[in-house]
Design a protein around this ligand. Structure first.
Ligand code: FAD
Length: 848
């Protein structure tokens, strides 16, 4: 990665010199890997289907255009400084200047048995290919990772995605010991364990036990054994300084080729950059310092290149480990004397935020964030720019719903010199001038122009804020248009649909848009039309607009089959209903699972089976559960006063009435609700878009909570309501949200962005301050009155049923669907299991 950045600067400089006919280097790139430099930082995206080609950093032909010679699959094995030659594959390559950018190798601790088959490191694309193949051949087996640092957790996540049961084994007493303190490590551990990964801290592996030459188990220092099918070593990295050592160049105490501020080694003809270099006794295992070294070496080697030196680097990091935000910045451990600590620990939400303040509490010195690192960019900038903090700096880490943001603390308060993108060394001033001078109006354009946000991406929110601020300053309205086909926001389109009574996408486009529409506006308009008029989503005029799940009224799964969720209002189901679902699932060979929302999910239905399954479900009295749509999903309930000793109201009865009232309502995002029969809150109503908790006198209503990627508690909206008032408020609230939210905006974000927040929402819904409540109620009444089960309707229409075939030209069953028996049911085969069963796939994979 670092050699690529170096060559980019050299190429740019040589291009400039070309015009002046100045000195030019003949550049040869020597790399032992079979491919050009690739995005190693994003290596794990390989398991999300990103191809090696997509990861490649140089554009096709970029090096050739610069006149650079490239040798791949070519390992440098010797360096003769006296004769200035590098030995590559037995051939001697003379040089005038040599730049070593040999990176690191993964450290494999000297544990007996470590050479067994099934043991891997996690460094190159080839490593990941080998892990994928081995995991595929041991599907459903146990994978272990030795090392609970950031790379270890990334590897653990990958193993989990490959379908393995995963253990992380860490020698230190906590995870990510270098970045997190004890509390941070404990919170991270809880989050990781909640994801199903078993964590063993303070555990040392003494032996790797094998069988027939492959790994079978780990034996720990306390004598315990853990059976494993696959093992990944992620116990740190070691700089690849062997060429330099062999040539007598000084290396650091802990390895790494010793360099000065220009990244020059003791030999003035040789430079070292990236992870293989050691500056002032320290090697840097992140890409951003490597990029700064690349700039420093290029500045020293190419007269006229932008000036740069390397004087050490801030090791602040923000990562998303297994979907968990983790960040650590500045003096995160409060190593300076007299520092103060402000921290927020929420054990229920597994959230930890810590700020380290200067002795006079005026400056932020560092901190760490676990569970929510959305404030990272801003906090890092406050640390680096030494801006004076507000008198109550704790507001910087309070959850959005609890704290007022301190005035003037946003990105606009930073000085021009503040570094926004540390990977690419781009300052606030550079970004703002690019926006102004080149009249940039989109984040993508700012990224490609300045390179900010193009490496690890953690500064993109700051870049976005800067763009908005600059556009506002210039008097340019920030576009909230849905897409290039509609010069209107979603909110405006909703009003236009209602005002002009548009019933189709084509009519709306003809009068208020342009072009033919795209994958953004089509489903968004389909949702608006459904919220407004409640027509069947598969009517021929609406069908082409729908997303895949809506188009087949079922959720497509990873193997191309579908899952089906019938509605079970309030979670109440009769024994006959249970039997019917069991019989249908048995008949069609479906995998069944109780969902987190008190329903039964049936997986593995083929496209052509869907109508037959719906028919049987409808005949047994079930309806569509809308699990596929951005619509009301479920209203969860506890058993309430009917059975429970603590319940004060009939929560099940109310949940059923609420679910039946709002079922089928299409909205900007999915909606969930719950009713709890008492303050013990067994239905978890406060985590829902609208939640109801029974009181002695009636019901308390909570609004705008959600789980998912960024959980947020709902806020108390009104207390002790009778049922009629409760439903009136919910009618108004839901329709106000449907009218005014952005596309795919959940209620929590909607409320966070609503000027005036909860008080404003109360004034609209309770006090009718906008005078629209009658309209909102009428709109909801229309949706309630026109409800019809979408599955049942589809079954009545021959043309719709024609769409449910795997292939348009034949009724044959899709042969790529392969199942594997597991725990008395079945699951989709992994790709390698399919390959074993389907020789044609092996040929295709091997032939490429
Ligand atoms: C899974 C993973 C996730 C990561 N995530 C992050 C992250 O989130 N943020 C971050 O900042 N960093 C991250 N990193 C680290 C980052 O990838 C490295 O800091 C960066 O790649 C270093 O670049 P480099 O050019 O010094 O070394 P490398 O990218 O390793 O390149 C060195 C190259 O030199 C080749 N080479 C070595 N010796 C020879 C020889 N004798 N002859 C020929 N070729 C040779 C190697 O094969 C290799 O191709 C991650 C790394 C991994 C593995």
């Amino acid at each position: 990665m670092v050699s690529h950045r170096f060559l980019e600067v050299v190429a740019a400089q040589q291009q400039k010199q070309h015009d002046d006919a100045g000195p030019r280097y003949q550049v040869t790139l020597v790399g032992e890997e079979p491919r050009l430099a690739y995005d190693r930082v994003g290596l794990s995206t390989f398991f999300d289907g990103r191809t090696p080609e997509e990861m490649t950093l140089p554009a096709p032909g970029q090096y050739e255009a610069a006149g650079f010679a490239v040798r791949l699959n070519a390992r440098a094995t010797g360096l003769d400084r006296a004769r200035r030659v590098l030995t590559v594959g037995g051939e001697e390559l003379p040089y005038d200047r040599l730049v070593l950018a040999t990176g690191s190798s993964a450290f494999v601790p000297p544990i007996p048995g470590r050479d067994a088959r099934g043991c891997f490191v996690y460094r190159t694309i080839e490593d990941l290919e080998a892990i994928r193949d081995w995991a595929g051949a041991h599907a459903g087996g146990v994978g272990a990772v030795i090392g609970g640092g950031l790379l270890g957790l990334e590897a653990a996540y990958a193993l989990q995605k490959l379908g393995m049961k995963v253990h992380v084994i860490e020698f230190a007493p906590r995870l990510m010991a270098l970045q997190l303190d004890e509390t941070g490590g404990a919170v991270l551990r809880r989050r990781i364990e909640d994801l199903g990964v078993e964590v063993h801290t303070a555990t040392s592996t003494k032996e790797i036990l094998g069988e027939d030459g492959r790994v079978r188990a780990l034996r720990f220092a306390n004598g315990d054994e853990l059976d494993v099918d696959l093992l990944v070593f992620s116990a740190g990295i070691r700089p690849r300084d062997e060429l330099a050592r062999g040539a007598g160049l000084p290396v650091g105490e802990r390895g790494g080729i010793v360099v000065d501020q220009s990244c020059r080694t003791e030999d003035p003809a040789i430079y070292a950059i990236g992870e293989c270099a050691s500056y002032e006794g320290r090697c840097y295992g992140l890409v951003a310092p490597g990029y700064q070294m690349a700039r420093a070496a290029a500045a020293a080697l190419c007269p006229g290149a932008p000036e740069a030196v390397f004087t050490g680097f801030d090791m602040s990091t923000k990562l998303k480990l297994m979907g968990v935000d983790v960040a650590s910045f500045g003096d995160a451990f409060g190593n300076h004397a007299g520092t103060h600590v402000v921290s927020l620990l929420d054990t229920s939400a597994a959230l930890y935020k810590k700020l380290v303040l200067s002795p006079d509490r005026k400056h932020l010195l560092g901190g760490m964030l676990v569970g929510d690192a959305s404030a990272y960019g801003e906090l890092l900038q406050l640390t680096q720019s030494r801006v004076v903090l507000p008198p109550e700096p704790e507001a910087l880490i309070l959850p959005a719903s609890k704290g007022e943001r301190p005035a003037g603390m946003g990105v606009t308060a930073l000085p021009d010199g503040a570094q926004i993108c540390s990977c690419n060394n781009v300052s606030k001033g550079e970004i703002c001038s690019a926006i102004r001078d080149q009249k940039l109006t989109a984040v993508g354009a700012v990224k490609s122009c300045t390179k900010a946000g193009t490496t690890c991406g953690s500064c993109v929110p700051l870049v976005t804020d800067l763009l908005k601020a600059e556009l506002k300053k210039a008097g340019v309205a920030v576009s909230n248009h849905l897409c290039e086909h509609f010069p209107h926001s979603r909110q405006e389109l909703y009003s236009l649909v209602r005002f002009h009574q548009h019933k189709t996408f084509d009519a709306l486009l003809a009068q208020h848009g342009r072009g033919r529409g795209c994958e953004i506006c089509k489903p968004a308009v389909a949702s608006i039309l459904a919220s407004a008029w409640n027509e069947h989503v598969l009517k021929p005029k609406h069908r082409p607009l729908q997303d895949t799940n809506d188009r087949y009224m079922a959720n497509i799964q990873r193997d191309g089959t579908y899952s089906i969720v019938p509605r079970v209002a309030g979670g109440e189901i009769t024994p006959a209903g249970l039997v019917a679902i069991g019989q249908i699932a048995g008949k069609y060979g479906l995998y069944t699972k109780i969902t987190g929302a008190q329903r039964i999910d049936m997986f593995g239905a083929r496209l052509e089976q869907l109508p037959h399954i719906w028919r049987e479900l409808v005949d047994a009295g079930f309806e569509s559960g809308h699990a596929y749509g951005k619509a009301l999903r479920t209203v969860k309930s506890c058993v309430g006063s009917t059975w429970c000793r603590y319940g004060v109201q009939d929560s099940v009865g109310l949940a059923i009435r609420v679910e039946n009232r709002y079922k089928g309502l299409r909205s900007p995002h999915k909606l969930k609700s719950a009713v709890s029969g008492c303050a013990r809150e067994c239905a978890e109503a406060q985590g829902k878009d609208f939640g109801i908790i029974a009181t002695e006198k009636g019901y308390n209503l909570y609004l705008c909570g959600n789980g998912g990627m960024k959980p947020q508690h709902a806020q108390l909206f009104a207390t002790d309501l009778d049922e009629a008032t409760l439903l009136k408020y919910i009618d108004r609230f839901l329709m106000f949200y449907v009218r005014t939210a952005d596309r795919l905006q959940r209620t929590a974000t909607w409320l966070n962005n609503l000027e005036g927040g909860l008080d404003y929402l109360k004034s609209v819904i309770i006090d009718d301050s906008l005078g629209i409540c009658a309209e909102l109620e009428a709109e909801m009444a229309h949706v309630v009155d026109t409800y019809a089960c979408e599955w049942k309707k589809a079954l009545e229409d021959r043309e719709t049923l024609q769409q449910f075939r795997a292939f348009v030209n034949t009724d044959a069953v899709d042969p790529s669907i392969v199942n594997i028996a597991e725990r008395g049911q079945h699951r989709p085969a992994t790709w390698s299991e399919k390959a074993i069963r389907s020789p044609s796939l092996v040929v295709a994979a091997g032939g490429r």
